[in-house]
Design a protein around this ligand. Sequence first.
Ligand code: GJV
Length: 432
Amino acid sequence: MESSSECSSISDFQDSTEGDDANTLPENLCMREYVVICDYVATDNTQLSLCSGDKVLLLNAVSQDWWWVNHNGTCGYVPASHLHDALNEQEDTEVNDPWQDEEYYGSYKTLKLHLEMLSDVPRTMTYQNVILKNSSSLCGKHILDLGCGTGIISFFCAKFAQPEAVYAVEASKIAEQTCRLVEQNGISSLVHVIRQQAEELDLPTKVDVLVSEWMGTCLLFEFMLESVLQARDRWLKEDGVMWPSTACIHLVPCSAYKEYSNKVLFWDNPYQLDFSLLKPPATKEFFAKPQPDYILQPEDCLSEPCTLFHLNLKTLQVAELERMNCDFTFLVHTNGLLHGFTAWFSVQFENLEEQGHLELNTGPFSPLTHWKHTLFMLDEPLQVQKRDKISGSVVFERNSVWRRHMSVTLSWVISRELKMQKVGCKVFPIWR
Ligand SMILES: NC(=[NH2+])NCCC[C@H]1O[C@@H](n2cnc3c(N)ncnc32)[C@H](O)[C@@H]1O
């Protein structure tokens, strides 16, 4: 990165970048004022340290992540995620709310997402089975159903067990419907619908069981898990039960030829014309972020999958969610093209009445769920063959500004007979 001393004034900097249209934003966004929405401390002398509320002038969007700005006559780089378009100020709630709660809970007030979740039979039946198989242990117990949505889990508790009370907590407007459903089904003496954010909850007692369906893309997106862990610390008895009890994130190297062909190779000769110069922008546009609704076929796996993270939800701390990293090694078991990696999650529910646990696995070897699979596409496919080794690391990093978002950084080395063949690294935002 250029040194910030290179920029003595805006006109100098602008002249030096004249015609440099490689990374400049369209005219309408350059030279606009932006507001800093989160403190930033420079980590080298090409960057600026800024405080939330500072106003800067955007000079050049060098990349999606780093922008060259002017602040009171001094130029330097700042992370784009820390800036908000002051002239195009959205509702204060958007700029000042890193949790985007208005948008988030707004998305759950209609039936669309609830229909999708209830239509997911493997997901919903797993929760029903957990309640069914533990019905005697739930007798006389207090249960917290966090983020109950339409209340389906609370209904299972009332139908298949005899708990003392179920607190069905739901922050979105759907809670009004949930109240009506509970009344209509005659279980309002047992199931108490509370329209409240879990963070502001006030219950009459601690609970014996905290059950929640909080899992998002790549397990963590939405970071509803933070709400669940905070509710655990505040409301779950010392010997209380967390359902799910543990959660895992799995990864496998894979081929995705159809995806690559449809999105990139397509441009080689549409209607017998050579549009191949569009392949690089197509790669950037379609593969910069993961595909969250991909369906990985088992035969496209290039090795056995591995478990990256195994989280114990009774002991996990919120601070651990900021950054999680893990090394991996895959032994390729078939010749083919490595187009990318696919991730999915599984959650386990401790069984209170017999050995073992119940599991909901959202991977390619289990019944398909509404989460489908998350495909991380490399920019270029790589030829691999049986007995090659794909080793590397993955870093899940929570977005320091937009608290429901994260990034996944994949680094890989492909080796053949102990000789390094290919090395690579790519950062995937989910979604900011
Ligand atoms: N598996 C998921 N990715 N999402 C499915 C559960 C999400 C449900 O929990 C509600 N919800 C999410 N966070 C909270 C919270 N902190 N407090 C109350 N309700 C919540 C949200 O409004 C929605 O109805």
